[in-house]
Design a protein around this ligand. Sequence first.
Ligand SMILES: [Zn+2]
Length: 277
Amino acid sequence: MLVNMKEILQDARRRRYGVGMFNTFTVEMALGVMDAAEELRAPVIIGTAESLLSCCDMELFLSMGKLLAARASVPVGLHLDHGFTEPVIRRAIESGFTSVMYDRSEAAYEDNVKSLRELADFAHRHGVSVEAELGHVVFDDPADIGYVYTRPEDVEDFVSRTGVDALAISIGTAHGVYKTPPVLDLERLREVRKVTDVGLVLHGGSGLSDDDFRNVVRDGIQKINIYTDVSNAASQAAHDWVAQHNRSIEQVSPRMRKASCEAALRKLRLFSCEGKA
Ligand SMILES: [Zn+2]
């Protein structure tokens, strides 16, 4: 069933588990992730990002996502990840996503506050949850402003002035594939967790160790974004099948679904979310 992100994350906070958010814009990835959530009886969030809308547009993703959520026996959220453009995010809110991220993490602090407060007012009138990012988790992009750790002393002010429902924080992870293993600042996470009640979100989760995931869930992360691991698993499965067998898409598609399911399962098993649906 379709459930608002705020509700999903509040339950995760109360019962101390993590929820996987998977960007799944192909039918194989979406079906595979839903298979994994059903198998574990775990709440899950599926989504797409503004930068992925060229692969599958918003309306098409939503028609698939709403149907998958309606069929599911577990709580499902539909999330727009990394919205950068306000008209796109507002359209997502009006179209039926249950949560959106407005990423102003490269802007000055006061600009981030102002943008998120306005957007959160609009989203809440539509019953949609909002995620902001404080600090900055780097992208693999030469134009990126560079790494900025979240300052715990900013969190209370930011959350109370914006009214956001979830906060992505920067504690040592990075987007995409790591060149060297990341070192997580768990002390910083614990300090942030002490000063706010909103759901805390970890971006750049692909490539962390199993212990990293267990530790961040234990210390207060409620939502973990995963993209690279599942997308690479789906692509690799397609590649391997074609290399060894044939190009028949009706045989490639189920392998991509299965590989997506297995990649999602490997992550979800680390989040203590099994049986929480
Ligand atoms: Zn991210």
